[in-house]
Each structure stands twice: as structure tokens, then as C-alpha cells.
Write a protein that binds this ligand. Structure first.
Ligand code: GDP
Length: 424
């Protein structure tokens, strides 16, 4: 059966560490959406690994990793990652499988990503420029190139010519960019086609066969609920569905096969780039959180905006994802704060709102209703049992549970594999 791990905030909740921790009990770890803009960080034996496309489960010698059809694959980034892992002594071949029907990111997607955002003027999104959104646009525009097309020379050339016809028109007539030659891209990617071919299979058939055999699958979401294209803070969202339902579409498995959904929530909130963020702290406290929490993007190095835990948001995430339990991460970062606030609702034009509003006008201009708990001074990073935790830490955890209506099953207190406390 399948367990899904999903981010309940704006991504960077520490899913990499959680997946690495959980992976031990699973046979297969499968990514279902996003692209090389995701950055999971995993620390094993004091060594830090950063993953963009490949599921972090690859660190285990006997686990199978799958990049599902819902992911968009940049062959350059993928090969770089494979080489990085090999250099670090991690076996990849025979452990990694890539979906035939995943879409491929090509040079024009990256160029378009950058110029489109520039042309958006005031509506700029501050995208990572990695061509993720533009690859998804082509997928839905039905001029995308899938992995199975990419590795077939004839089909690739034919599809590339069709795609470039339109892209070059835009480059020439509208964006005043240089046009791209299909032959050049074809040649440049020859090496990538050859290298990637050996990993490509029908992952939907593979995963369903494994489910039939009784194997356990961990489905890994990138980004988080509020970056979801449908349920996030649109338009400051990613171009895919990180929510748990995305796992069915992005892997080709039936909703009936999903047994459990685990939500990952950071003990405070962060967000990268633009977009509304009601509980953001703009003073020294926010700076302190960023520094202690090392809140800088794993892929881009961009400083993350920091704020208090927003229970209204996480509560919505629990509902829309159908979360069974929460793993609370980075609780150690809150040590040393005199008071800790939790957002429990919003106020807009005198009216109290108890749910996450889809109106960006309301969400950008609302006031947060906070509840406050006393902080703690003890370093909790080496605690092993819930019972031993300082009283105020437990009060904070229980307050979160009360506000989101879902139990916290585990608490992460550091980036290392062993730094996790079972609550029950
Ligand atoms: P992801 O995209 O959700 O996997 O999140 P990132 O990997 O971008 O960010 C999580 C960062 O926090 C990484 O550097 C982790 O090593 C680190 N981390 C994860 N869990 C904890 C924790 O409980 N405490 C601390 N201090 N760091 C953590």
C-alpha cells in the first residue's frame, strides 16, 4: 500500500529529513510532482546531501526510487544529480526508475521562464527560472515532450521542431530573443538521451505490480500545500499539485491504494519569494528565526521569509490532504524565544475569519489573531522521549494539536536522522 508525505505550509518543511527517516520502512520511494526546483536536504552521518529530482531514499542501498509522470525532468539537472550521487559513493543504476510519460524540460523552457516573468511587470512571480512552470504549460498546451519521446531520436526531432516553431515565433516577434535551432538542441542532448534511457520504464505499471506484490510505497511530494496550483496562494504558487491527491495523478495509482497520509509541518512558518504571508515577522525576531533555522533555500540560496506557526493554514492543509498525522519539524529552532505565538484566525474589516481565504485581497490584508505560549530555554535537540521534554515545549505542541485538530505523531529536533521523537 501507499503512504503519502506532503508539506502543509509553503514547502521547506523538512520533508527531505522526514522521508529519509521513514524510507527505512518502505520498499519504494516515489516522487510525484515538481521539478528540479525542489531542494530536499538530508544529513546522514554528519554528511549533507541535497536532492532536487531524485528521491532521497536513494541513500539506502536496497531501496527503489521512482520519478513519476507528474514530475517534470530537466535531463541536465538529472544527470548532474546522478553524477553527484555516484561521486559520493551512492549506487544509482538499477535503483532508479523514471516515468516514460513524465515531461522533459528543454532549453527554451528555461529561457521562457526568465523572459516571461520579466514581461509580467507588476505581476512578476519571481520564479526560479528553471523552466518548471513553462514545461507544465507545454504539457497542458499539448506541445510538451515526454521522456519516451525524448529518448526516441525520430520522435524527439519531430516534436522538437513543432515546439520550436511556436517558441521561435515568440522569441523573434515578441520577446526579441535569439531563436533556437532544433538541430543544435538535438545534438546537445544526445549524451543526455543515452545516459537517461537506461532508467526509463512504465512506472505506473511497475508501481501497481509492486503494490500487488505487497510492497510498501512512500510517495514524496515536493513544495507544500500553499504552493499548490489549485489550493495555494495563487498566483504565487508552483505549477503542479503538491497535495496528496497529486500522488494518484503523478504516479498512476488509484486513490483506493493510499493507506496513510502524513503531513510535515515546521514548528514556525517560512516562505520563499513573493506572495501573502500573514504571520510573517518583519523585525529582529524574524531575523533570529532565519539565522537559527538556517532558512536559506537549498537550491537557490535565497533567504526565506520567516514567521509564526499559522494554525489556520495547517488546519486547512490537514483537511484538503486528508492528513492522518503530523510530523512537526525544527522545533529545536524555537529554543530561546521568550514567548511564542500561534496564528489561530484572521480578522478582515472587523470580521473574524476562521479558515484560509482564497481571496488574495483578504489574505494579503487581514490581521492575524494570535495566541501566545511561554517559550523555553533548554536545548531540546538531544531529547529522546516525549515525556522528558520541558513543560513549555509540550504545551506548545499540544496547543498546535488543539488548533489544527490532528495529532502530532513525531517531533523532529535536528537535521540528523536520529533526531526525532515519537510522541506516543
Ligand atoms: P524540504 O524541502 O521540505 O525537504 O526542506 P529543506 O530540506 O529545504 O529544509 C529543511 C532544512 O532543515 C534542511 O537543511 C534540513 O537539514 C533541516 N532540518 C530538517 N529537520 C530539522 C529539524 O528538526 N531541526 C533543524 N534544526 N533542522 C532541520
Amino acid at each position: 500500500m501507499v503512504t503519502v508525505v506532503v508539506g502543509t505550509q509553503w514547502g521547506d518543511e523538512g520533508k527531505g529529513k522526514v522521508i529519509d527517516y521513514l524510507a527505512e520502512k518502505f520498499d519504494i520511494i516515489a516522487r510525484y510532482q515538481g521539478g528540479a526546483n525542489a531542494g530536499h536536504t538530508v544529513v546522514v552521518n554528519k554528511k549533507k546531501y541535497i536532492f532536487h529530482l531524485i528521491p532521497s531514499g536513494i541513500l539506502y542501498p536496497k531501496k527503489i526510487c521512482v520519478i513519476g509522470n507528474g514530475v517534470v525532468i530537466d535531463p541536465v539537472a538529472l544527470l548532474e544529480e546522478i553524477q553527484y550521487l555516484k561521486k559520493n559513493g551512492i549506487e544509482v543504476e538499477s535503483k532508479l526508475f523514471i516515468a516514460e510519460n513524465a515531461h522533459v524540460t528543454l532549453p527554451y523552457h528555461k529561457i521562457l521562464d526568465k523572459v516571461e516573468d520579466k514581461f509580467r511587470g507588476k505581476g512578476q512571480l519571481g520564479t526560479t527560472g528553471r523552466g518548471i512552470g513553462t514545461t507544465y504549460t507545454d504539457k497542458f498546451g499539448r506541445i510538451g515532450i515526454r521522456v519516451i519521446d525524448f529518448i526516441d531520436e525520430d520522435v524527439f526531432m519531430e516534436k522538437l521542431k513543432i515546439a520550436l516553431e511556436l517558441k521561435n515565433y515568440l522569441f523573434r516577434e515578441y520577446y526579441k530573443e535569439e531563436i533556437l535551432k532544433p538541430e543544435k538542441i538535438f545534438d546537445e542532448y544526445k549524451h543526455y538521451r543515452k545516459e537517461i534511457k537506461k532508467f526509463v520504464i512504465n512506472t505506473a505499471v511497475f508501481l501497481n505490480e509492486k503494490i500487488e506484490e505487497g510492497k510498501k510505497i512512500l510517495a514524496e511530494g515536493a513544495q507544500g500545500t500553499f504552493l499548490d496550483i489549485d489550493f495555494g496562494t495563487y498566483p504565487y504558487v508552483t505549477a503542479s499539485n503538491p497535495i496528496s491527491g497529486g500522488a494518484c495523478i503523478g504516479l498512476g495509482i488509484s486513490p483506493k491504494k493510499i493507506e496513510k497520509i502524513i503531513g510535515v509541518a515546521k514548528a514556525y512558518t517560512t516562505r520563499v519569494g513573493m506572495g501573502p504571508f500573514p504571520t510573517e515577522i518583519k523585525d529582529d525576531i524574524g531575523e533570529k528565526l532565519r539565522k537559527i533555522g538556517n532558512e536559506f533555500g537549498a537550491t537557490t540560496g535565497r533567504p526565506r521569509r520567516c514567521g509564526w506557526f499559522d494554525a489556520t493554514l495547517v488546519k486547512f492543509a490537514c483537511i484538503v490532504n486528508g492528513i492522518d498525522e503530523i510530523i512537526l519539524t525544527k522545533l529545536d529552532v524555537l529554543t530561546g524565544f521568550e514567548k511564542i505565538k500561534i496564528g489561530v484566525g484572521y480578522k478582515y474589516k472587523g470580521e473574524i475569519i476562521n479558515f484560509y481565504p482564497f481571496s488574495s485581497k483578504i489574505f494579503s490584508n487581514c490581521e492575524v489573531i494570535y495566541e501566545e505560549v511561554e517559550g523555553w530555554e533548554d536545548d531540546i535537540s538531544d531529547f529522546k522521549s516525549y515525556k522528558e521534554l520541558p513543560k513549555n515545549v509540550k504545551k506548545y505542541i499540544e496547543k498546535i494539536e488543539e488548533k489544527i485538530g490532528i495529532k502530532i505523531a513525531k517531533i523532529s529536533t535536528g537535521s540528523a536522522r536520529g533526531q526525532i521523537i515519537e510522541k506516543n
